[in-house]
Design a binder for this molecule. Structure first.
Ligand SMILES: [Zn+2]
Length: 124
């Protein structure tokens, strides 16, 4: 009887959670790591089935456009913002950061080339 009680279902659950540890996301309500497929946050009880991705994506996209535009106009600021976003835990933030950083680097290189080209032209 005692042997059977030693194998508690909780232990099996803990093992499963460790196996699935790679597929985690952060709860938008309490910020803790939860299963990527979870419909409910196990910590604060937030129901993710009510959240439609399209509704959530709209303000994100508008925000991204401003950040991308800023990267084009002020590439150095874009690179800094990109590095900051990449260091964050949120996957969509990191994705935005990568694009932001890429735009900043490319625009900066183009601007340096243009300035160098103009300098060479005026010197020659
Ligand atoms: Zn939560």
């Amino acid at each position: 009887m005692e042997v059977a009680r030693n194998r508690r279902p909780q232990e099996a659950d803990a093992l499963h959670q460790e196996e699935a540890a790679r597929e985690l996301r952060l709860c938008t309500s309490c910020g803790r790591s939860i299963d990527i497929d979870a419909n409910l946050c196990q910590y604060c009880g937030r129901d993710f089935r009510l959240m439609h991705p399209q509704v959530q994506a709209r303000p994100d996209t508008e925000e991204n456009v401003i950040i991308y535009l800023m990267s084009v106009l002020v590439p150095l600021l874009g690179i800094i913002a990109g590095l900051y976003l990449i260091s964050r835990q949120n996957e969509s933030d990191r994705q935005t950061g990568k694009v932001c950083l890429a735009i900043g680097v490319v625009v900066l290189i183009v601007e340096v080339l243009v300035v160098l080209g103009l300098a060479l032209l005026s010197a020659g």
